[in-house]
Structures are given as structure tokens and as C-alpha cells.
Design a protein around this ligand. Sequence first.
Ligand SMILES: *[C@@H]1O[C@H](CO)[C@@H](O)[C@H](O)[C@H]1NC(C)=O
Ligand SMILES: *[C@@H]1O[C@H](CO)[C@@H](O)[C@H](O)[C@H]1NC(C)=O
Length: 325
Amino acid sequence: MKLIFLTLLIVSGIADSISEQYEVVGPADAVYAVAGEDVILPCSVKPNISVVDMRVEWFRLDLKDSQLVHLYEDHEDRNTDQIQAYSGRTKLIHQELQRGDASLKLSSVQVSDGGLYKCFIQSRSWYDDATVNVTVEAIGHPPVITVDGFDHSGGIHLQCESKGWYPEPDLEWLDSEGVSLSPETTKKHRNRDRFSVKHTITVHHRDSKIHCRVKLRRHMLEALIIISSNMFNPWRKSVILILFVVVLSVIPGILIAVFVLKNRAHGRLEKEKRRLMQAHNRLQDEHSHLQDEKRRIQHECDQHLRSLETIIPKALMHFRTHSGE
Ligand SMILES: *[C@@H]1O[C@H](CO)[C@@H](O)[C@H](O)[C@H]1NC(C)=O
Ligand SMILES: *[C@@H]1O[C@H](CO)[C@@H](O)[C@H](O)[C@H]1NC(C)=O
């Protein structure tokens, strides 16, 4: 009789511990959470026995020091050792515990909540755990398109900026047919746990309806700019006007330059002419002076000749008279 009782006790004990065996199941894929919203981190036991009498512990696998996110023990939440950042933001739904569901509700998700979590469920005779990979995304502000000036070929510079994303989003320019346009410059900036992106592009008349689209996984924000053809035309007119003004100011400039150069050349020629005239005059003076000299010499010659003409006969006569004596 004693033996039968003992056997029964052992069998019931084995049965009890077999009935306590369970598997802890987490989500198959990463859980995506949006900053500022609430998220459920799924965790349950299979088969779906009640975990009301068990210990449910949620903790961070990837943090070094304090790791506790939420603790349920002895039928109540015991969060005195909880990580400060999770204070007041975690909740286990006690009715769900009866159904074997130990999912954790996390409110006002922060970017720093992204990481690996462990859901650990322990009964008197059994324990198991599951890992939950939480990825947090922050949805930024709608993109803003700025008209940033014109270029010399009549194109319009556009700039599209969107702030407040995590992680870094994709920014894309699209024309009216939805064809992607390659940006000229791309910039990204990180400010603590938020990214800003800024791309620039130059558009011409043919693409007058331009979209700027910022995408992060399933989230998308878009801005549209419609550039009326008037936007291009006054610009052309002003180019023509500017060219005209330039031409107007260049032509007199050229004329003045030509005039000045010509004047300068003329002045040089005039000077040369004066110099030559002076030389000419000097030569003329010289010439008349020489002429005078020539005339004087001629005159002197004539006088000498004449005196010789009178002297010679006299001398001959003298010679004759003296030789006749
Ligand atoms: C968590 O999920 C993200 C997104 O799917 C993935 O990139 C990352 O590698 C995962 N981390 C681990 C440790 O599995
Ligand atoms: C356990 O799961 C089964 C099938 O999924 C369901 O019919 C049953 O109601 C669940 N039990 C509890 C306690 O939720």
C-alpha cells in the first residue's frame, strides 16, 4: 500500500514537471518601432499555459551595466532595479499572462530603445527565453524645397532638405514622369540621434514639376515644386537686358579706347611732323646761308679778277717800260 502511494506520487511528480515544460517564443523578424509611438515586444510560451505563477524577466542583452527592463515576480511587477530610461514606460498585461502571453508594451519609444532584448520565463522546474531584436526609426519632418538662385544657362538651383530622421533616410529628386534625377550635391548631418539630409539640383525649362522624396523603409514624405515658365522667362529677359547693358557699356568703351589710341598716334605723328619741319627749316636756313656765302665768295672772286685785270696790264706796262730802259 505504501509502495503504491509512493509510486503514484512519483508518477504525478513526473507528470507535473512534464506539464511544466514549455518553449518561449519571440518574433521571427526584427520588431520595427517608430520613435514617439508605442510598441509591443512579442513573447509567449508554447503550449499556451498560464505564466501567472512564473517569473517573467525582460532585459537588454546589449547593455553592459544595468540590464533590467521589466521584472514580474510573485504575481507583481518589481521594477526597482529597472534601467532609469525605461521608468514608467513598460507594461505587462496581467490578463494576457493567463494565456501564456508575456509580451511587453513599451510606450513613447526612443531611438536608444533600439537593440536586443531577452524575454526570460522561469517556472519552479523549467525555464526558457527568446530574443527580440528591436529597430527604432525616427520619422523626420517633411522635406522643404528652396529656390536657391539661377545659373548662367537659365537653370534654376533647387535645394531640398529634411531633418529629424533616424537612421539616415534616402532622398530622391523625381521629375514629373517619376524619373529619378541625379543630384549635384548631397549632404548629411548627424545631430545626436537624428539625421538631416540636403540635396541640390539644377532644373531647366523642360522639367517644371519636381518632386523631392524622402524615404525610410515604409515611411515616405514628399514635397513638390511647380516652376511656371514665367520663372524661366523673366530670367531670360533679364539675361538679354544684362547682355544689352554690357554691350552698351562695352561699345563706348571700345570707341573711347580706339579714339584715345588714335589720338595718341596722331599726336605722335604731329610731333614727328613738327620735328621734321624744324629740321627742314634749319636746312633751308643753312642753304640760304650757304647761298649767301657762295654769292659773297663769287663777288670776292670777281673783285679779285677785276683787280687782277687792271693790275696785269699795269704790270706789263711797267715791265715793258722798265725793260725798255
Ligand atoms: C536586428 O535587426 C536589424 C534589422 O533587421 C538587423 O540589421 C540587425 O543585424 C539585427 N541584429 C541582430 C543582432 O540580429
Ligand atoms: C491556447 O491556444 C489554443 C489554440 O491556439 C486556443 O484555442 C486556446 O484558447 C488557448 N488557450 C488560452 C488559455 O488562451
